[in-house]
Unconditional design. Structure first.
Length: 131
């Protein structure tokens, strides 16, 4: 579990909150769908068609979902009170949900599985002929 230290603490349930723990691996499909529904609609009122990897509004709400996943007493309305660069910190969390790092555990696991699953050829124990 990771955490964000807020530059501007917020009030949640009558208490000042200075740091927010989160875990993107704890986001459920229900939380994902809630985040998708909470995403800001463009001024035009029409969907942007942006893919998830570059949709900044979705990054913010998915970041919030990662926080709510491990802090069930919080909700999206609580987290909407976050200000300034703290917003960018949450967006970074949401973006990481869609973009895997080069050294992520999942990628390493998949790579190890594919390496161990590849066929191996036995070397001959017969020495080459000397003709």
């Amino acid at each position: 579990m990771d955490k964000i230290i807020l530059k501007k603490p917020i009030q949640i349930n009558g208490e000042e909150v200075k740091e927010l723990t989160y875990d993107i691996e704890e986001i459920t499909s229900d939380l994902y769908l809630q985040a998708l529904a909470k995403k800001t609609v463009p001024v035009s009122g029409r969907p942007t068609g942006a893919v998830a990897e570059i949709d900044a509004g979705l990054h913010l709400t998915i970041g919030m979902a990662a926080i709510i996943a491990v802090n069930p007493a919080y909700d999206f309305d609580d987290l909407k009170r976050i200000k300034g660069r703290d917003i960018a910190s949450i967006m970074k969390v949401g973006r990481s949900f869609f973009t895997a790092s080069e050294n992520s555990e999942e990628e390493n696991s998949q790579q190890n599985n594919s390496e161990s699953g590849s066929a191996t050829t036995e070397e001959s124990t017969t020495p080459p002929s000397e003709s």
